[in-house]
Design a protein around this ligand. Sequence first.
Ligand SMILES: C[S@@+](CC[C@H](N)C(=O)[O-])C[C@H]1O[C@@H](n2cnc3c(N)ncnc32)[C@H](O)[C@@H]1O
Length: 205
Amino acid sequence: MNEFDEFAATWDDDPIRVERAVSIAQSMRNILDMNTYQNALEYGSGTGLLSFALKDDLKRITLMDESIEMTKVAMEKCKLSQVNHLHPIKMDLLIDEYQPGSRFDLIFILLTLHHIIDTKEILSRFKHLIAPNGALAIIDLETEDGSFHDREFNGHLGFDRNDLEKKAKEAGFQPFYYDVIYEIEKGEGEDKKSYPLFLMIAKSI
Ligand SMILES: C[S@@+](CC[C@H](N)C(=O)[O-])C[C@H]1O[C@@H](n2cnc3c(N)ncnc32)[C@H](O)[C@@H]1O
């Protein structure tokens, strides 16, 4: 069982997650000319919050997530809202074979990269799936002290900008934008902490 399966049914109940996706979609629109993209991939899409926030901007979005329950929720949302150009599929690109009909011209990934141990390998899978000049948008945590996850966690404690840009370049991407676009607040009172989320955009070269 995937650790996210148990969260799937109630994932969208948190209004902050929904509001965050809407805000991040706007940050992406501010930098990328969405009309130029025909065929996008959201990787680690969960219930599809970010793809739904971008559904009127993009002609087709494939939503991939390794959690079957997250994928089922995303499918149900598409069905209920009669959205036919979003296509959720259960997939872990590090394990499963995937043959796209055509390459993606935009790949985006929100709060998922830090869960994937082998950053280099997943970036290289993205490079295989992206069209020349396609854009890769990564939204994730800046380096944190390990307090972000309040359960056992063995992924990355956020990312260092220089290190991630170096890895992206090694995988065949040219980063051209980086900024902090959102702050996730956790805790109360004196324990309140803020975790910056960056948006990094790189072009496939
Ligand atoms: C923190 S959640 C973020 C979900 C969604 N992007 C959002 O912001 O609401 C991380 C998601 O990444 C998925 N995930 C983790 N590792 C993955 C992998 N190797 N391949 C595909 N999906 C993965 C999990 O199943 C989960 O749905």
